[in-house]
Write a protein that binds this ligand. Structure first.
Ligand SMILES: Nc1ncnc2c1ncn2[C@@H]1O[C@H](COP(=O)(O)OP(=O)(O)OP(=O)(O)O)[C@@H](O)[C@H]1O
Ligand SMILES: [Mg+2]
Length: 251
């Protein structure tokens, strides 16, 4: 299946909670180095989709592949896949009692079995990558939201992931802090990181995305390159949504 440099394949994912059908058949391929951006109304299943990819939520139907291996039904191999598919959430999920450095080091020590010195060096490298090497010894409470989010990105990077999933990484941040996080993400994209990003930051989406997917009612209703979406009049539903969203945000 990997003939076209496809890193991740998502095939016909369905998920219901009770009698509510949240995902109704989502499929797409992700090529190495791509950034796919997902937008869409609240409750339309964007977070559920990301969680189904690394099996934090088990889909009812459909399959997910990383490289040539199926993730769905992979049993204990799922721990390996979760290392290879990094996840960055809106609320960072850092450990408050650990410094930035220790937050990044933790999985290197516990999951990857590095010794202290290796883990420290690797964690510092990743903190440097997100512009935070001088903040290594600070605790989350001493960091801005933007810095905390960058620590969580460094933590994901430390596992040398093949793909990183970002679920609204800036929606809890002020515009100034949003910018610094988006800049880090943009640089990662330019360096060839493969990323799936749920965000409403359309400036970021249009400048970084290889494709934008508009989700509505559990399906991908419209999808295309930023250029196509801007210039082709057929994408009415997505444009409507973005228009509403911008006026709601006062943007
Ligand atoms: N664990 C769960 N149990 C029951 N219902 C759930 C669960 N997780 C999500 N849902 C429901 O599934 C629907 C989709 O939720 P999801 O969080 O994926 O949407 P979203 O597109 O990410 O929304 P938002 O833009 O607000 O983040 C919602 O109606 C939500 O209440
Ligand atoms: Mg969500």
């Amino acid at each position: 299946m990997n003939s076209n440099n496809i890193v991740l394949r998502v095939e016909d994912i369905h998920k219901s909670f009770g009698d509510k059908e949240v995902l109704r058949g989502i499929s797409f391929d992700v090529v190495k180095g791509e950034t796919k951006v997902f937008i869409g109304p609240s409750g339309t299943g964007k977070s559920t989709l990301l969680r189904c990819i690394n099996q934090l939520t088990i889909p009812d139907r459909g399959r997910v592949w990383l490289d040539d291996e199926e993730i769905t039904n992979s049993g204990t191999r799922i721990n390996y896949f979760r290392q290879k598919i990094g996840m960055v959430f809106q609320n960072y999920y850092l450990f408050d009692h650990l410094t930035a450095l220790k937050n990044v080091e933790l999985a290197l020590l516990k999951v990857r079995g590095m010794n202290k010195e290796e883990a420290r060096e690797k964690a510092l490298t990743e903190l440097r990558q997100v512009g935070l090497e001088d903040w290594a010894d600070h605790y989350p409470a001493e960091l801005s939201g933007g810095q905390a989010q960058r620590v969580s990105i460094a933590r994901a990077l430390a596992m040398d992931p093949e793909v990183i999933l970002f679920d609204e990484p800036t929606s809890a941040l002020d515009p100034e802090l949003t910018r610094e996080v988006l800049e880090v993400m943009k640089r990662l994209a330019q360096q060839g990181m493969t990323m799936l990003v749920v965000t409403h930051e359309m400036g970021f989406a249009c400048s970084v995305a290889t494709e934008i997917l508009f989700m509505e009612n559990g399906v991908v209703a419209e999808r295309g390159t930023p250029d196509l979406l801007t210039h082709d009049p057929q994408f009415t539903r997505m444009k409507n949504f973005i228009g509403q969203f911008n006026s709601y945000r006062g943007g």
